[in-house]
Design a protein around this ligand. Sequence first.
Ligand SMILES: [Zn+2]
Length: 61
Amino acid sequence: MSEEPRGAGGEKPNPEAQGEADAINWACTNCGYRVEGKLPEKCPDCGASREDFDIVPVPGM
Ligand SMILES: [Zn+2]
C-alpha cells in the first residue's frame, strides 16, 4: 500500500467556522484586559499601547 500525498490541488477549507467577521480577542499583556473584535488604540484599563496586546483564541470556536 502506498499513501498518496495530499495538498496539491486539494479543496480549500470552507469558511463555515467563520460565522462572524472579526472573531478575534485581544488580551492586554500588561493588565490582562480582554477586548473582543477590534483592537483599541489604548488599553481602556491600564492605558497600554497596542503593542502590549496579544491575540488570544476565542472560546467556543
Ligand atoms: Zn491593560
